[in-house]
Design a protein around this ligand. Structure first.
Ligand SMILES: Nc1ncnc2c1ncn2[C@@H]1O[C@H](COP(=O)(O)OP(=O)(O)OP(=O)(O)O)[C@@H](O)[C@H]1O
Ligand SMILES: [Mg+2]
Length: 271
C-alpha cells in the first residue's frame, strides 16, 4: 500500500450564523494515498467543497469553525500550524483548481502578469519577472495552450472557458504541488472540452507524480478519473473503495441510487 499523504481524522466543521452553529459535517475521516486520483462524489450541499477548502485551509474563520479533528498532511496537523507555516504549504505543496475559473482570476490584469506574480511568489529563490514569464509560457505549453505569446497579453474575459480552466491548472502546477485539489474543474465546460481537460489532469498527474483529490457530482467523470472513490452524503462518508468495486458492487443504497441514475453506457465495458 502506498503512503498516506493526507489523513483526515474525525474532522468536524460548522458554520456560525447569529450565534447558531450548523455542522457541515462531523467526524469525517478518510485518507488520501500518494500518487492516486481519489474522487469525492456526492450531491450538491453534501460537503465536498468544504472538505477541499478545509484541507487547503481556505475556509474563512468565522463564519467557518473547526470544531474538532485533525488534518495531517506530510505528517503535520494543518490545524495546528500558523498562517505563516500554512503559506509555505498552500499553493506550494498543495494547490487547488476551482469550478469557476473566471472568478478565481483577477479581471484587470493580463494572464502574463497574474502568472508571473504567482510563479515569483512560489519560487524557491528570487527570480526576475522576465524569468518568471518564460516559466509561465512553458506552463501554458504544458497545458496545451498553443499561441502562448498572445495569451500572456490577454485578459481573463478574452479566453474561452476551456482555456481559462487550462490556465488555472497551469497556475496550480507552477509550484509542482504534491497534492492537487480539483473542485469540479470541468462542470462549466462542454463535453468535448471536459474530456480533454480530464485527460490533461491524468497526464500531468503521471508526469509530475502528483496526488489528486478530484471533486465531482458526475459519476461519468468519476469513471474516467478515479483510482478510488469516496461517496459523501449530507456530510457523511457512506462508502469508499476502488473504482471497479464501487461501480460493480456498490454496497450503500445511496451509491446504488447514484449509479442507477447514470447512463448504462459506463457499465458495458465491464460486463
Ligand atoms: N460560507 C458558508 N456559510 C455557511 N454555510 C456554508 C458555507 N459554505 C458552505 N456551507 C454549507 O456547508 C454545506 C456543504 O457545502 P459545500 O459547499 O461543501 O457543498 P458541495 O458538496 O460542494 O455542493 P456543490 O455540489 O453544490 O458544490 C452546505 O450545507 C452549505 O450550505
Ligand atoms: Mg462544491
Amino acid at each position: 500500500m502506498a503512503n498516506k499523504l493526507v489523513e483526515v481524522k474525525n474532522l468536524s466543521v460548522g458554520f456560525e450564523k447569529n450565534q447558531n452553529l450548523t455542522q457541515a459535517f462531523s467526524n469525517l475521516s478518510f485518507d488520501i494515498y500518494e500518487n492516486e486520483i481519489v474522487c469525492l462524489v456526492g450531491e450538491s450541499g453534501s460537503g465536498k467543497s468544504v472538505t477541499a477548502k478545509a484541507i487547503m485551509q481556505l475556509l474563512q474563520v468565522p463564519p467557518a469553525k473547526y470544531i474538532g479533528g485533525e488534518i495531517i498532511f506530510n505528517g503535520k496537523d494543518l490545524l495546528k500550524l500558523s498562517e505563516k507555516e500554512l503559506e509555505k504549504i498552500r499553493g506550494k505543496q498543495m494547490a487547488m483548481v476551482f469550478q469557476d475559473a473566471l472568478s478565481a482570476l483577477n479581471p484587470v490584469y493580463t494572464i502574463g502578469t497574474q502568472m508571473v506574480d504567482v510563479i515569483r511568489l512560489h519560487a524557491n529563490k528570487k527570480i526576475t519577472r522576465k524569468e518568471a514569464l518564460e516559466q509561465a509560457k512553458e506552463l501554458l505549453h504544458l497545458v496545451n495552450i498553443r499561441n502562448v505569446d498572445e495569451v500572456v497579453k490577454q485578459y481573463p474575459f478574452q479566453l474561452s472557458g476551456g482555456m481559462r480552466q487550462r490556465l488555472m491548472i497551469a497556475m496550480a502546477l507552477s509550484s509542482k504541488p504534491q497534492l492537487l485539489l480539483a473542485d469540479e474543474p470541468t462542470t462549466a465546460l462542454d463535453v468535448t472540452v471536459q474530456a480533454r481537460i480530464l485527460k490533461l489532469i491524468r497526464d500531468l498527474k503521471e508526469q509530475f507524480s502528483m496526488t489528486v483529490l478530484f471533486i465531482t457530482h458526475d459519476l461519468g467523470v468519476v469513471y474516467e478519473m478515479a483510482d478510488r472513490v469516496m461517496v459523501l452524503k449530507e456530510g457523511e462518508l457512506v462508502e469508499e473503495g476502488r473504482k471497479d468495486d464501487i461501480f460493480t458492487h456498490p454496497k450503500h443504497p445511496y451509491t446504488k441510487k447514484l449509479l442507477n441514475s447514470m447512463p448504462r453506457i459506463y457499465f458495458q465495458e465491464d460486463s
